[in-house]
Design a protein around this ligand. Structure first.
Ligand code: DSN
Length: 424
């Protein structure tokens, strides 16, 4: 069933309605392989578009700066409790569901735990880290002194001895573990041990892999981290938002004061934000309710199976994958052997109706013209694609990127294939 636009909206604002109609069509007719994207359910979209968007509720449940928040208190408390339940956490973990998205969530954590000018250590963008893990153009690299660890240039894997060596030398106040473009499991236990050795906080940003962790398909950071951040829209399939989990008693940095959850809450509000988006909070509560179900676990398993299957058939078609494959929902194509850069490949794929973003791979200098393409399976899995469909996708990649076939011609096949799998 295709999403429809109401007559009322079409009449009230044909220009906006028309752009929305075009976007509905674009999503229907293209294959979304962007590793960080997904398809929000009609229920999530109903809640995001609900009357909860009308409310102001600065503060936290039971202590607001505006009246009329009885229902907002209830939905925010439900979201917090369900978030804990989804990751099997007890009350030792405080939950903040108000950050507008992943980047502000990370910045709030850093502002709560560090003074400007203190040292933060995270994975370099070119190695698969996020902008907010200390990159110089992000507030994380502007407000704080940042030092980066990377991956081994040959294997593409995190070298934990090297991470420890840098941490020992630099003595950061905070170490971030997490990824946006790393196709292997993260050893949170090792990060926790390194942070403890150097007296740093360990902040795990699990935005990409939260759904796998909740489903028990990736090792959990919770036993080894002081703070865990995640967005809610990637594999979790929720609204655009974020959650910050804080261990009430910090495990790696007791000397800096125990109650770090208060500091982080204050950094979110009033430090960085005004009123929370209560409509999004409701959708987060709904999302974590779903994440705790067997149906969600099945979905998360399928995301992994699709990724493994796609990696395998891409290799069979002659593509080179960074690290030789994947252990999560994503993979990185190394385009250098094909004499293409990521920018060119992204454009060719887009003309084919395949949406996948260019990405740095180990050794790249420019994030604008990198040598890789990042692929992920969360959205296509929600759409109904299964491992049996992956050879077809790999063939389209091969015909356009290796065989040099006309993208528009191949694209007609992509479009036809997708008509059998409507977005919702
Ligand atoms: N933009 C997200 C991603 O693609 O990984 C992270 O912020």
């Amino acid at each position: 069933m295709r999403e429809s636009i109401s007559k009322r909206l079409k009449k009230a604002d044909p220009a906006v309605a028309n752009i929305l109609a075009q976007e509905i069509l674009r999503q229907e007719e293209t294959l979304d392989l962007i590793a960080s994207e997904n398809i929000a359910s009609p229920e999530v979209r109903e809640l995001v578009g609900s009357v909860l968007a009308n409310k102001y509720s600065e503060g936290y449940p039971g202590r607001r700066y505006y009246p009329g928040n009885v229902n907002v208190d209830a939905i925010e408390t439900l979201a917090q409790n369900r978030a804990r339940k989804a990751f099997h956490l007890n009350q030792a973990w405080h939950v903040n569901v108000q950050s507008y998205s992943g980047s502000p969530a990370n910045i709030a954590v850093f502002l709560g735990l560090m003074k400007p000018g203190e040292k933060l250590m995270g994975m370099a963008l070119a190695s698969g880290g996020h902008l907010t893990h200390g990159h110089k153009v992000s507030a994380s690299g502007i407000l704080f002194r940042s030092v980066a660890y990377g991956v081994d240039q040959k294997t593409g894997l995190i070298d934990y001895n090297e991470v420890e060596r840098i941490a020992q030398k630099e003595k950061p106040r905070l170490i971030v573990s997490g990824l946006t473009a790393y196709p292997r499991a993260i050893d949170f236990k090792k990060f926790g041990a390194i942070a403890k050795k150097v007296g740093a906080y360990h902040v795990a940003d699990i935005s990409h892999i939260a759904g796998l962790i909740a489903a028990g398909l990736h090792p959990s950071p919770f036993p080894y981290a002081d703070v865990v951040t995640t967005t809610t829209h990637k594999i979790l399939r929720g609204p655009r938002g974020a959650v910050i989990f804080t261990k009430q008693q910090a495990i790696s940095n007791k000397r800096h004061g125990a109650n770090i959850s208060d500091k982080i809450d204050r950094a979110v509000f009033p430090g960085l934000q005004g009123g929370p988006h209560d409509n999004v909070t409701a959708a987060i509560a709904y999302t974590f309710g779903r994440v705790a179900t067997p149906a969600y676990k099945k979905y998360a398993r399928l995301v992994l199976e699709n990724a493994k299957a796609l990696a395998q058939v891409l290799i069979e078609e002659g593509f080179t994958l960074v690290t030789g494959g994947t252990a999560n929902h994503m993979m990185l194509l190394d385009l250098r052997p094909l004499g293409l850069n990521g920018f060119e490949a992204e454009k060719l794929l887009e003309r084919t109706g395949i949406i996948a973003n260019r990405n740095s791979i180990p050794g790249d200098a420019s994030p604008f013209r990198p040598s890789g393409i990042r692929l992920g399976t969360p959205a296509i899995t929600t759409r109904g694609l299964r491992p049996r469909h992956m050879p077809q996708i790999a063939q389209w990649f091969s015909r356009v990127l290796i065989g040099g076939e006309n993208p528009e011609k191949v694209g007609r096949e992509v479009k036809k294939f997708l008509t059998k799998l409507p977005v919702n």
